[in-house]
Structure formats: C-alpha cells, structure tokens
Write a protein of this length. Structure first.
Length: 286
C-alpha cells in the first residue's frame, strides 16, 4: 500500500495507529510508503519512480497547488491511480474537501467538493472507496482494507462510501433514543439524560456512520459522553453554529433522514402529549 498525505492534519493516521490489532494488520499489509510509519521507500523515491503497489490511500484534501517532494500531489495520484487495484480516500478531507476546503477555492476531495461531483479523477471512480470521518474510526478503515484484500464485493453509496458502514445513521444505537422519541432535550453538556437534537445541534439523525454501533476505543461516542454529533462524515462538514439547532418557527431546519415536515409535525404533536416521569428525572436519582 501507498499512503499519500495531502493537505492534512494527519488525524486519520493518528486515529488508525490506535487500532488495537495494528500488529496483526501490519503482518497482512505492507506500506511501501507512509508519512509516519516506517516504510521501505522514501517519498522522494515514490514520486521520482513508480513502485508497484495494490492500494493507494489518500489522506487529506488535494489541490493542484499542493506539492509533496516538489511534485504536485495530483501528478502523483494520477501516476499511481493508473496502476493500483483500489484507491481509498481516508477521512472527510480526502473524500469531500473537509475543513481545509474552507481556506481556498482550489482545495477539494478526490472526487467531491462537498456534494459537488468532480471530473478530474473520473477515470478512477470505479476503483475508489471513500471512508469519511474527522477522524476515521480505525476499525472502519481496517475492515475496508481487509475486504479489499480478500476480494469481497463492497457495495457503495452515492458518495462511494461502504454501505455496510454508512447506510446507518449515527442516531442508530444512540443511548438517548428514548429521549429523542419523546422530545426531551438535554440542556447541559455531559449529562447522561436527554436528547441533544432539539436544542443543542446534534446531527446524528441525518449523519451517516456507525459511531454508536462501533464505539470509539470500544468505550464511548460523542452522544454517549453528552456531546452532540457534528456530522463529520458528511460532505457538508464543517457546518457553522455546531452547538445550536437552527429552527424555523420552532421546527428544526434539518430533520431526520427520510422524514417530511408534515410527518415530523404529526409525530411531534403526539409525543408531546405524553409525560413520562421516568424520563423527566436523572437516571441516577433516587
């Protein structure tokens, strides 16, 4: 594998280094180059020659003005993209442009600028898999790479992400779902009780991913720890005013995936008619 770092903070690399089965992983995969992990070749050798490899991994946003080893990263991607079996964009920056696209018009993801599809690497689209996240969950990347290695068919969504992981929303598996159903919000960050969708800007109901199914460090997630989901796997990330729910006449501007405004109002009207004492007090209260 060849791991190229574009315009990046290397957060995905550091997240992946926390993969608990990293030693086993490295017995099955070899990096011909990685910016942090000890590798067989230098970056200069990578860009000046063509080293055979099977998988090209791209971390970080890309731009025609960005160079690695004095060569445009786009040229290096083109050179290796033609010969590898698969390309994996790691993180939201590589997939959609992410945070770094906020600083320049020419900074994008490999195939997408936000939700806009790009044609510059169109010839590689059929061999590309996007694993978005800021950062990615190490298990998500590792499982994807093992499936590639074993020639397992990976079904993708419209943004080239594995459906096995991104067909769910972060809301799926959230321990606060009961509070969501009865519209009981949490007004204090860090509390165990309450939903953070209605007032505190949680984007879990319309964000694709498995954070509440595949926990971070096998322990927790943002919503479980009492912080709203920021929607970091989505093309529109980063959004503004992350700790507040935008509303129009009391209705959240962004509704859960697949829910119409009429359906939302109907459900909200019914649930607000219920008062459940158990949910109105703290979980640890007497």
């Amino acid at each position: 594998m060849l791991w190229l770092s574009g315009i990046a903070c290397n957060g995905n690399t550091h997240s992946f280094l926390n993969y608990p089965k990293l030693e086993y992983f490295l017995k099955n995969f070899e990096f011909i180059y990685h910016p942090i992990i000890e590798s067989k070749y230098s970056l200069t050798q990578i860009v000046e020659t063509l080293i055979p490899c099977d998988i090209l991994i791209i971390e970080g946003s890309v731009s025609k003005d960005f160079e690695r080893a004095n060569i445009s990263i786009l040229d290096t991607i083109f050179k290796y993209g033609k010969v590898v079996k698969k390309i994996v964009t790691v993180g939201t920056c590589a997939s959609f442009g992410g945070i770094f696209k906020e600083s320049g018009d020419n900074i994008t993801g490999l195939h997408f600028d936000g939700t806009t599809h790009l044609n510059i690497f169109k010839e590689f689209q059929n061999k590309t898999i996007s694993v978005s996240g800021c950062p990615i969950h190490p298990e998500t990347l590792a499982s994807t790479l093992f499936e590639i290695k074993d020639d397992i068919e990976i079904k993708l969504d419209m943004y080239l992400r594995p459906k096995e992981i991104f067909a769910y929303t972060i809301h799926n598996g959230c321990t606060r779902n009961e509070y969501f159903e009865y519209k009981i919000d949490n007004h204090i960050f860090g509390k165990k009780e309450g939903c953070m969708f209605y007032d505190n800007g949680c984007q879990a109901p319309f964000t694709s991913g498995s954070c509440n199914k595949n926990l971070w460090n096998d322990v927790s997630s943002k919503t479980r720890s009492g912080s709203p989901c920021f929607g970091c796997t989505e093309p529109e990330f980063p959004k503004r005013n992350l700790f507040a729910t935008k509303k129009n006449m009391g209705i959240p501007q962004f509704l859960p995936k697949g829910i119409s405004k009429r359906a939302y109002l109907t459900i909200a009207g019914v649930t607000k008619a219920f008062t459940i004492d158990r949910l109105e007090k703290g979980l640890l209260d007497d």
